[in-house]
Write a protein that binds this ligand. Structure first.
Ligand code: SF4
Length: 239
């Protein structure tokens, strides 16, 4: 879809541009085959707010793993009240979930990194594949400072893991402070778990608040010592 040379020159051009410029480019090129992956984190809401200024009824998807916080469900209701979106919610395949938990237990994720990843695969990654079917591009709220696995992300990537479609990371170079400055200034709805000490939000059993001095993702799968702290939605199969 984009050659290596085109990709390099686009990234060079957009590196010092605002996220809105990246989004405008993505919408012009791919709409209506472009979708925002909203995992109900602060960054996703920033992008949703920006997108709603660029296009009518932006396509958005949320993956409901079945283990989300009540605050996350409340945020979905707030999104529906405030924004005019084409929002789809994707669920895991119940047969896959049943097979996994009946074999390994309802809280299998605490038993090993492999089982935790198997749970993420069934509850998150496989629904993601369905959400991206027919799309030419997807948008994420990834930022370079979030995790050691994300330090090298570019604003525009080719997602080899998901069929070679384009992946836009408009907030790649934003800081945590910039995210919250935008939220406050634009009165963007946000997940109320942030007011309770959470800095990164996932499923209930796998997320906890962090201390002020801890890394923002220290509350994700906190019992794992040497894992990559990723669920698999953003494996680095990108150019
Ligand atoms: Fe399962 Fe935890 Fe991954 Fe959610 S974050 S899908 S509960 S392992």
């Amino acid at each position: 879809m984009l050659s290596k040379e085109e990709l390099d020159s686009l990234n060079k051009w957009f590196e010092d541009k605002e996220p809105l410029e990246v989004l405008k480019w993505g919408i012009e090129k791919f709409h209506p085959k472009i979708v925002l992956a909203c995992s109900l984190q602060a960054e996703d809401l920033v992008i949703l707010d920006m997108l709603s200024k660029v296009v009518e009824k932006p396509k958005v998807f949320i993956i409901d793993t079945g283990r989300l916080h009540q605050e996350s469900y409340e945020l979905i209701e707030e999104i529906n009240k405030k924004y005019n979106t084409d929002l789809r919610i994707y669920f895991p395949d119940y047969k896959e979930v049943e097979a996994l938990v009946n074999k390994h237990g309802i809280n299998l994720f605490y038993r090993s990194v492999e089982l935790r990843k198997a749970c993420c695969e069934v509850r998150k990654v496989l629904p993601l594949r369905r959400a991206l079917e027919g799309m030419q591009a997807w948008i994420t709220g990834l930022r370079r400072e979030q995790n050691f696995t994300r330090g090298g992300i570019k604003k525009i990537e080719i997602d080899e893991v998901n069929g070679g479609i384009v992946k836009l990371n408009p907030l790649a170079d934003w800081t945590w402070e910039q995210v919250w400055e935008y939220i406050k200034k634009n009165n963007v709805p946000y997940n109320k778990l942030y007011d309770k000490g959470y800095k990164s939000i996932g499923c209930v059993p796998c997320t906890r608040p962090v201390k002020p001095w801890e890394h923002p993702r220290a509350g994700r799968w906190w019992w794992e010592q040497n894992s990559d702290k990723e669920c698999g939605l953003h494996y680095r199969g990108v150019k």
